[in-house]
Structures are given as structure tokens and as C-alpha cells.
Design a protein around this ligand. Structure first.
Ligand SMILES: *[C@@H]1O[C@H](CO)[C@@H](O)[C@H](O)[C@H]1NC(C)=O
Ligand SMILES: *[C@@H]1O[C@H](CO)[C@@H](O)[C@H](O)[C@H]1NC(C)=O
Ligand SMILES: *[C@@H]1O[C@H](CO)[C@@H](O)[C@H](O)[C@H]1NC(C)=O
Ligand SMILES: *[C@@H]1O[C@H](CO)[C@@H](O)[C@H](O)[C@H]1NC(C)=O
Ligand SMILES: *[C@@H]1O[C@H](CO)[C@@H](O)[C@H](O)[C@H]1NC(C)=O
Ligand SMILES: *[C@@H]1O[C@H](CO)[C@@H](O)[C@H](O)[C@H]1NC(C)=O
Ligand SMILES: *[C@@H]1O[C@H](CO)[C@@H](O)[C@H](O)[C@H]1NC(C)=O
Length: 406
């Protein structure tokens, strides 16, 4: 070893062992700081819908530095200077809700309005809308650095409308949306939208051997067999825009080429988000049974992320409880390139290591139902009346490699 390389390795060693300063928008939250509380409130005062403010913090201090480090592994994900930028907002209409999908070719991000709430003005007679933004505008706003300006939000006027979209994913250069259906007569369906062709829209599935699904919720592509896996549950029913369910709450797989649909998992209260690990060996499914829409909450129901082994033939086995979510429910779920698991919940986004340890959060103080990785170091986050942009280190699992073209 030369003298020069000795100095270099000493330098590298120092850089790796001396912990860098905590980034300006990050703060450490030590689980030991709340293992014992002076006063532990009753369930009527504090429950699965309540926002936990750890001792020594306030709601404002949690928001001022929104990247919360629960374990040092989170520093690699946030990098040296993570930022959170507001891209757009509304007064009350929850247009930034779900089905967040990045379309790399047009560098646009699609998302859907919340179909249930009164403020959305949707209900039985009107479908929620799909809208999109262009990330070039978002990058311009971040470069300006003063948050004084917002992106343009455009309604996607597809010839055939996606009725009550709730989930979405990239598929063969296009986007697949799951629609929850509307009233008795518009069956839940899966739609294929082509961003390169004026968002032209085609229905690709709308029944199970003649039966209506309950409310299609989310969809993801298994990177090993390229089939579409989707969740179905009684969401429209508990929000008064769909009739009584006629199928159990299940996860299904759909082979677009052969048309074959098969159920792969059941035993849920409300199966919600679905995603795969980058290597396709695991599937993650969220169960949001704690929240029953207009019917209220049942705190003993799951608010849980389950992990399955995905077998060579595409079936699921070995259901494991991966994580129980601490605030409201875990909804949209996605993995990064390293297999870390990100999930939207009642006060932002939780980030778990592949072994299920909570390592950090993006704290918004409000619900985030879903989000999308939008290229290296970027993420767009929907939070009902707000649309956020995260700039940091993380990169999503490669979605374009899943766009098998047959
Ligand atoms: C749950 O906690 C909230 C406070 O966060 C309280 O307002 C609500 O009444 C509680 N719910 C029940 C059913 O006790
Ligand atoms: C839907 O429209 C029908 C008639 O067009 C009306 O009677 C009904 O009240 C409307 N329902 C809602 C929830 O707006
Ligand atoms: C934001 O930054 C841009 C460019 O740096 C500048 O032109 C603009 O005036 C700033 N706006 C505010 C409100 O500071
Ligand atoms: C929004 O669109 C208008 C009209 O095309 C354009 O002038 C403006 O720069 C856009 N906003 C951003 C943030 O790029
Ligand atoms: C648009 O989609 C419809 C099916 O919904 C299809 O019949 C039509 O050919 C498509 N249009 C174009 C221009 O691709
Ligand atoms: C909550 O869920 C449990 C388990 O499904 C059920 O036994 C209980 O009756 C439910 N409680 C309410 C208030 O709905
Ligand atoms: C699921 O797949 C595994 C491995 O591919 C296989 O051994 C098992 O028999 C399959 N289960 C069913 C029900 O076909």
C-alpha cells in the first residue's frame, strides 16, 4: 500500500465512521424516548386514528423537519439534504388521492381523485377524475427553491372515462388503472390508458365469470411472470357508491394475454395496496380493515402489511405479518431498488427495511394514501388536498423492466 493510498483509506474510513451532521430537514426520533410515557391515555382519548406526538416534539416541530429517522439505515435513503416541496393544493376537494403512476416517456405523473368523500362531489352520480402533472415543471419549482409557484394540474379527458380510479401501474408502456365502479350498473373494471395516444382508454377486464367485482382497489405487475395482480374489497359499499359485495375480499391475478383470472389470496377485511419486491420473490398486501369508510373505525381490525412468498408459478404462500401500522391504515405500497418497503398511512409515509423494521418516515401530519417513485432520487406524494415532491437518495424498484411486451 502506498503512502498516498494509506491516507486515502484513512480518509474514507473516517468519512464512513464519523456520522455526518443530521440533514437540515431531518430529525432523529429515538424509540427509547417514548417506551415509557408519563401518562398513557385511554382508548377513547387515543386510538388508531390519533396522531402520536413523541415526548419533546410538537406537531409543528415534526412538520418542520419532516424526514424522521427511526434507525440509522434511513440516512442512506434520505441522503445529505432531502427536501419536501409543495407542488399543488386545493381548498377541500381531495383530488390528490390515489393511483399515482409515473410515465417515464412523457415524464408525467398521473393520479386520481378520492371517489368517496362529500368534498369530492362524486358519489353515486359522478365519477372521480384522473389528472396529471409534468415533472419538468416540478423540477423547475425545486430549482427556484422558494415554493412560491405551483405546477399545472391537467384533467385527463380520455374518450372513455376511467370510472372511479383507485389504483394504477405501468404496463407495457401504458398505464393500467383499477376502477371501483359506480352504483349498481357500472361494474368495477380494469382500464388501459395510453399516454402516448392522447390518453386513449380501453377496458381490459370487468367481471369474474359474469360476476361484478366489489371495488377494484390496486394493481401491480409481478416482475417474474408479468401478470397483473389486483386487490378487490368492499370500498364502494362502505362509501355508499356500490351495492352489497358479491365476492369475498381477495387478491387476484390476471393474464392479459390469455384473459385468465385466478384468485391468489383471501382472508382479509379490506385488501388494499399491493406491490412486489424488486426481485419478485415477495408480494406485499395491505389490509385496511380498521377503517370502514362511512361506517367508521374498528380498532381491533387489521391495519396491517402482509408479506407473501411468490412462488415460481405465480401463486402466493406463507403469509407473514410484515408490519402493523401505528396510525390509521397502511394504503399504497411500493419498494425501492434495495427492497425497502414504503407505505402511505395516516400521517405520511412509513419506510421499513425488508425485515419489517420501521427505519424512517416522511411526516406530513395528514393522510397520504399513495405516492410514486418518479426516477432517481425523486418521489411524488399524494396527500388528499396536497401534492408533494420529495428529492432525496431513494430510487424505486425498476418498473419499466416489468413492461414485458409479449
Ligand atoms: C379515538 O381517539 C380520538 C382522539 O384522537 C377521539 O376523538 C375519538 O373519540 C376516539 N374514538 C373512540 C371510538 O373512542
Ligand atoms: C343521482 O341522480 C338521481 C337522478 O338523476 C337523483 O335522484 C339522485 O338523488 C342522485 N344521487 C346523488 C347521490 O346525488
Ligand atoms: C422565487 O425564486 C425565483 C427564482 O429564484 C424568483 O424569480 C422569484 O421572485 C422568487 N419568488 C419569491 C416569492 O420569492
Ligand atoms: C403552467 O402553464 C402555463 C401555460 O402553459 C405556463 O406559462 C406556466 O409556466 C406553467 N407553470 C409551470 C410551473 O411551469
Ligand atoms: C381508443 O380506444 C378505443 C377503445 O376504447 C379503441 O376502439 C380505439 O381504436 C382507440 N383509438 C385509437 C386512436 O387508438
Ligand atoms: C370489530 O371487528 C371485530 C372482528 O371482526 C368484530 O368482532 C366486532 O364486532 C367489530 N366491532 C364493531 C363495533 O364493529
Ligand atoms: C404453488 O406453487 C408452488 C411452487 O411453484 C407449488 O409447489 C404449489 O403446488 C403451488 N400451489 C398450488 C395450489 O398449485
Amino acid at each position: 500500500m502506498s503512502y498516498k493510498s494509506m491516507i486515502l483509506s484513512a480518509f474514507v474510513y473516517t468519512a464512513l465512521t464519523v456520522k455526518a451532521d443530521i440533514p437540515r430537514y431531518a430529525q432523529k426520533i429515538d424509540p427509547r424516548s417514548f417506551a415509557v410515557l408519563d401518562n398513557v391515555p385511554t382508548g377513547t382519548q387515543f386510538n388508531g386514528t390519533s396522531h402520536f406526538i413523541p415526548p419533546g416534539t410538537t406537531s409543528d416541530s415534526l412538520k418542520a423537519k419532516p424526514f424522521h429517522v427511526y434507525d440509522d439505515a434511513f440516512y442512506d435513503i434520505i441522503g445529505s439534504d432531502p427536501t419536501l416541496t409543495l407542488l399543488a393544493h386545493t381548498e377541500t376537494d381531495p383530488i390528490f388521492h390515489e393511483a399515482v403512476v409515473w410515465h417515464p416517456e412523457t415524464n408525467s405523473v398521473y393520479f386520481a381523485q378520492n371517489a368517496g368523500p362529500v368534498a369530492a362531489g362524486t358519489g353515486l352520480n359522478k365519477s372521480a377524475i384522473v389528472q396529471k402533472i409534468y415533472l419538468d415543471e416540478a423540477d423547475k419549482i425545486v430549482a427556484q427553491g422558494n415554493g412560491s409557484c405551483f405546477v399545472n394540474v391537467t384533467t385527463v379527458n380520455s374518450g372513455q372515462q376511467v370510472i372511479n380510479p383507485n389504483g394504477g401501474t405501468n404496463f407495457r408502456g401504458k398505464i393500467v388503472f383499477t376502477g371501483e365502479g359506480q352504483g349498481d350498473n357500472i361494474a368495477p373494471a380494469m382500464y388501459l390508458v395510453d399516454p402516448n395516444n392522447n390518453d386513449n382508454t380501453t377496458v381490459i377486464l370487468n367481471n369474474f365469470f359474469g360476476r361484478q367485482y366489489d371495488s377494484l382497489n390496486d394493481v401491480a405487475v409481478n416482475p417474474r411472470n408479468h401478470e397483473l395482480y389486483f386487490t378487490d374489497g368492499p370500498f364502494g359499499w362502505v362509501q355508499n357508491f356500490r351495492p352489497n359485495p358479491v365476492l369475498p375480499t381477495q387478491v387476484y391475478r390476471f393474464n392479459y394475454d390469455t384473459g385468465v383470472v385466478r384468485a391468489v389470496a383471501d382472508g382479509f377485511h379490506m385488501t388494499n395496496g399491493v406491490t412486489f419486491s424488486p426481485d419478485g420473490m415477495y408480494a406485499y398486501v395491505t389490509d385496511t380493515g380498521l377503517s370502514s369508510g362511512f361506517w367508521g373505525y374498528n380498532y381491533t381490525n387489521p391495519s396491517t402489511i402482509y408479506r407473501y412468498d411468490v412462488n415460481d408459478d405465480g401463486n402466493f404462500s406463507n403469509r407473514q405479518l410484515f408490519a402493523y401500522n401505528e396510525i390509521r391504515v397502511p394504503d399504497g405500497i411500493h419498494c425501492d431498488k434495495q427492497g425497502n418497503v414504503y407505505v402511505g398511512n395516516g400521517d405520511g409515509i412509513n419506510i421499513y427495511k425488508p425485515d419489517g423494521l420501521l427505519i424512517g418516515r416522511i411526516y406530513l401530519g395528514t393522510t397520504s394514501a399513495n405516492f410514486a417513485f418518479t426516477g432517481k432520487g425523486k418521489m411524488v406524494v399524494c396527500a388528499e388536498t396536497k401534492l408533494w415532491y420529495v428529492n432525496w437518495n431513494a430510487e424505486g424498484a425498476d418498473i419499466t423492466s416489468r413492461e414485458y411486451t409479449g
